[in-house]
Design a protein around this ligand. Structure first.
Ligand SMILES: *[C@@H]1O[C@H](CO)[C@@H](O)[C@H](O)[C@H]1NC(C)=O
Ligand SMILES: *[C@@H]1O[C@H](CO)[C@@H](O)[C@H](O)[C@H]1NC(C)=O
Ligand SMILES: *[C@@H]1O[C@H](CO)[C@@H](O)[C@H](O)[C@H]1NC(C)=O
Ligand SMILES: *[C@@H]1O[C@H](CO)[C@@H](O)[C@H](O)[C@H]1NC(C)=O
Ligand SMILES: *[C@@H]1O[C@H](CO)[C@@H](O)[C@H](O)[C@H]1NC(C)=O
Ligand SMILES: *[C@@H]1O[C@H](CO)[C@@H](O)[C@H](O)[C@H]1NC(C)=O
Ligand SMILES: CC(=O)N[C@H]1CO[C@H](CO)[C@@H](O)[C@@H]1O
Length: 830
């Protein structure tokens, strides 16, 4: 069968489609889709959260999304970041929402603004400012006057800001949709009863009152009042039907992967399964689909939610944490997007007919103005099917969708990947002469272990009371660290005197450190997904005054759940001394407790570059495995443009700053379980976020992103606060780039191969066109092969940054295979 060069046609189409937006666009919708100036338009959107990258990265990320066939960018708005103190706003740096939306507009893409203001998003406290807790009688996300007052105030502020900059499509801007609330339908059924229902109506009324001239959506909200569109979030949404026949079928979150917890495996969703989900959604009448995430990015500072969510928010998205193309995910989806966009008119206007072949095999045909598009969908988990469709035979592999843009030619199957696989490598930062990895020189300082002074007071304590207080109610989240300190006098006759007894602390985490008389006793954190734990360690009390200091540490505030305000954090008690042998207990819960927020080094700004406290750093006797230590070093910026990371393996837990900017919490000593990672993942079943995990037995996160924007041309200062104890000896600054490129492409496709960061192909390790076997790194020749494959690829790729290989006998030579479908396997080195 000779086939037209479909890919080239599709490319031209895409260029036409992405023309720049004209002023004042009319946005409306009906049951089949969103209408842009009256024309139904297919929306392929990708989530990029602006605070999870930097303004310099935005343009590159958006350009890569556009090149990947995405025509809209979606983001949440992060209330706690913008209003850290009530009525004091911050839109600077990577919080510059207007600049982000304008960058989208300048690239000719649409924008979807999900204002929330509850966003979940694995973001600290789901995006709620912690100061909300201090408002009298407040209950979040229900028909509560105090909450509604604050929600109205912030959402109005954001809407006015967007209007002022003319960013809604009705004003000529790129924003075509806006969202109020977020997954409220997931709040436990009936949790808020009638108040919940009234609240949903209030949200809808509020949104409509803004009169922004674009439609509003509510996701996971079956009872969204008209004309608000209820939309689907999930790994699959083909079976979703909106609550009104005049609402189009929209998928606001198609989870491209999943987030990671400290101590967990790294989630991975195969692109075959992701493309299958997208294919099915559009087979069954979808009109808007958004990847959550298209670029996940980094939880800088203390922005990660939780508890226990990692600093990396890579999400296994099509663009990796640092903004590199994640291949083959990016490329395989791009091929699908370009085809879908090229037939969008037929999909959104055509007459639809479904054909059921049984056993989960189906076809869907769309006809419009003489054009025909078909999807052949096989949702059977175990059987490939060959079906006869309009007098031709098509084999559709299990768990895959084939697209026939003309109801005849198979141009795409979700299980056949014709994009390169990139194997990323980390390269050490070279010394100036380029000869050897740069060796870091360290200085260090001790962090103060807070103690009670002779007069019974603590410097800068915030409160003294005879009970144990919730962590958050004392800190307002101004720091991760809260000291609970108490003093007890032990008489020589006391049964606890001079004896080894147990210090017992019941806490709601997230991490606890204990000191007795300024001596470190132990550290503990919750495991197995529970946030509550009991700390028990032996201590010895001396006659006279004894001081007990407990440091409660938060690792991200809960972002999901029914009422996150009522989630306990920190030491709620009891705190006891127990002599198990003698069966006696001394309860300290009602002792006098003195509270102090934060750590001394932050107050002295040791993490900043310019501060008065730059003395007292020591170069000699670098401590290892000692808790509560500061480390500092300098390093030159790596050459080139590849993303920069620091490898923190060897350290325990803490926070890192580069040139005074926090690159987030680190915890490389936390490892993933040894088991639960399949050797190979050929997944043909519904994905739930856990299958296909990788990184078993390894550090949850050893590499930490340093955006190039944080770096200076000359010298950079890296500061670490090490809380658990570790060694910085082996730390290295590295760049991340494409090392090896592999592909296993099918006949009659154009295969594009690319390096990154200006590097070129230096070697073709393997090339065979015919029936090669194996996977990247271990390809093997099959029983037959074309003669010119290797030389063709060498001639066209070596010395180049990228090259295109037409996969066909015409270019690569005749094969002697009797197989019906030839494949090209390539392994090339950058
Ligand atoms: C809080 O609730 C109490 C009891 O319902 C009420 O008396 C009080 O006026 C409320 N305070 C505010 C600020 O609304
Ligand atoms: C938000 O609250 C402040 C006072 O706290 C007020 O000045 C401002 O007008 C309010 N904004 C809106 C849109 O209600
Ligand atoms: C998949 O196909 C097999 C064989 O054709 C059939 O027995 C099985 O029921 C199918 N599975 C589903 C879920 O329909
Ligand atoms: C399709 O398959 C059937 C059954 O194997 C065969 O009889 C028929 O000739 C095939 N049709 C085409 C167009 O290849
Ligand atoms: C936390 O907020 C409360 C209420 O606004 C305030 O009284 C207290 O001083 C705050 N604590 C800290 C550590 O900022
Ligand atoms: C320990 O003491 C409590 C009461 O103080 C008593 O109920 C309990 O039985 C004792 N346990 C043992 C093992 O002696
Ligand atoms: C149709 C469909 O698969 N919908 C799913 C969308 O995601 C939610 C949340 O995971 C699921 O509950 C739905 O079943």
């Amino acid at each position: 069968m000779s086939r037209p060069s479909y890919c080239v046609l599709v490319l031209c189409f895409a260029v036409l489609l992405f023309g720049s937006l004209s002023s004042a666009t009319d946005i409306s919708f009906d049951g089949r889709g969103l209408k842009i100036d009256g024309e139904r338009t297919l929306i392929l959107s990708g989530s990029i959260h602006y605070p999870r990258s930097t303004p310099e990265m935005w343009l590159d990320l958006i350009k890569k999304a556009k090149e990947g066939g995405i025509n809209a960018i979606e983001t949440y708005v992060f209330w706690d970041a913008h209003e850290p103190v009530s009525r004091q706003y911050d839109f600077s740096g990577n919080l510059d929402l207007v600049r982000f939306i304008k960058t989208i507009q300048n690239e000719g893409l649409f924008a979807i603004l999900r204002i929330g203001p509850y966003v979940c998003a694995e973001w600290n406290y789901g995006g709620f400012p912690v100061w909300l807790n201090n408002i009298q009688n407040i209950t979040f996300r229900t028909n509560n006057e105090a909450f509604k007052h604050e929600m109205r105030n912030f959402t109005t502020f954001i809407v006015n800001m967007m209007k002022h900059e003319n960013l809604f499509a009705s004003q000529g801007g790129p924003i075509i949709l806006a969202q109020i609330e977020n997954e409220f339908g997931n709040v436990k059924n009936g949790y808020y009863g009638q108040d919940g229902k009234d609240y949903v109506q209030w949200c809808a009324d509020l949104a409509l009152s803004f009169d922004v001239g674009v439609p509003w959506i509510m996701c996971q909200q079956k009872d969204a009042p008209q004309p608000i569109i209820d939309t689907c979030n999930g790994f699959y949404c083909d079976g979703f039907t909106p609550n009104n026949e005049n609402s189009p079928k929209m998928w606001t979150e198609n989870w491209s992967g999943w987030f990671q917890d400290w101590g967990d495996r790294r989630p991975h969703r195969t692109v075959k399964d992701l493309a299958f989900a997208v294919g099915r959604f559009f087979q069954y009448g979808g009109s808007l689909m958004n990847y959550y995430m298209y670029h996940g990015g980094t939880n800088f500072g203390h922005t990660s939610g939780g508890p226990y969510i990692t600093t990396s928010y890579d999400y296994d998205a099509p663009l990796d944490e640092y903004g590199n193309l994640q291949q083959p995910k990016w490329g395989h989806l791009r091929n699908l997007h370009l085809i879908l966009l090229s037939v969008q008119k037929t999909l959104l206007y055509g007459y639809r007919r479904d054909i059921d072949y049984g056993n989960m095999m189906s076809a869907t045909v769309y006809n419009y103005e003489g054009k025909c598009v078909a999807f052949l969908g096989n949702a059977n988990e175990s059987e490939d099917f060959t079906i006869n469709f309009q007098d031709n035979n098509y084999t559709v592999p299990r768990w895959s969708v084939t697209v026939l843009p003309d109801c005849f030619t198979e141009v795409y199957n979700t299980a056949k990947i014709n994009s390169q696989t990139s194997i990323m490598v980390n390269r050490p930062n070279q010394a100036d002469d380029g000869s050897e990895p740069y060796k870091l020189q360290w200085v260090w300082r001790r962090e103060t272990i807070e103690d009670i002074k002779k007069n019974g007071l603590v410097r800068d304590s915030v409160i003294t009371t005879n009970k144990l207080l919730d962590h958050l109610s004392v800190t307002n989240d101004t720091s991760d660290y809260l000291w609970y300190m108490t003093r007890l006098d032990i008489n020589p006759g006391d049964p606890f005197c001079d004896k080894t007894v147990t210090l017992y602390v019941h806490t709601y985490g997230h991490v606890l450190h204990a000191f007795v008389n300024s001596r470190f006793i132990g550290t503990q954190f919750a495991i197995n997904g529970k946030y509550e734990f009991v700390f028990e360690k032996n201590v010895k009390l001396k006659p006279g005054t004894n001081d007990i200091s407990l440091v409660s540490v938060t690792v991200g505030l809960q972002n999901y759940g029914d009422d996150i305000k009522d989630v306990p954090i920190g030491i709620h008690g009891p705190v006891q001394l127990i002599d198990y042998a003698a069966n006696v207990t001394k309860d300290l819960s009602s002792n006098e407790w003195i509270y102090k927020v934060g750590i001394h080094g932050i107050k002295q700004q040791l993490n900043k570059v310019h501060t008065r406290h730059q003395h007292n750093w020591r170069a000699e006797a670098l401590p290892t495995n000692r808790p509560f230590v500061w480390y500092k070093t300098t390093f030159p910026s790596p050459l080139g443009t590849d993303p920069v990371v620091v490898d923190l393996l060897g350290l325990g837990k803490g926070e890192a700053w580069v040139n005074g900017r926090s690159i987030g919490r680190y915890w490389p000593s936390r490892t993933a379980p040894k088991d639960g990672c399949p050797y190979k993942c050929d997944y043909n079943q519904p994905y739930t976020g856990h299958e296909c995990a990788t990184n078993c037995g390894k550090s949850t996160q050893r590499y930490y992103h340093i955006p190039r924007e944080f770096l200076d041309d000359r010298e950079n200062v890296l500061v670490l606060f090490e809380e658990f104890g570790g060694t910085p000896d082996d730390l290295t600054v590295q760049t991340v780039t494409v090392g090896t490129v592999c592909a296993h492409a099918y006949d009659n496709n154009n295969l594009q191969l690319s390096c990154q960061g200006g590097r070129v192909f230096t070697d073709i390790r393997f090339a065979s066109f015919g029936d090669p076997e194996g996977t990247c790194g271990s390809f093997k020749r099959g029983t037959c092969e074309a003669p010119w494959a290797l030389s063709y690829i060498q001639n066209n790729c070596l010395g180049r940054e990228s090259c295109v290989i037409p996969v066909s006998e015409y270019y690569l030579g005749p094969t002697s295979c009797h197989s019906s479908e030839y494949r090209l396997a390539v392994e090339a080195v950058c």
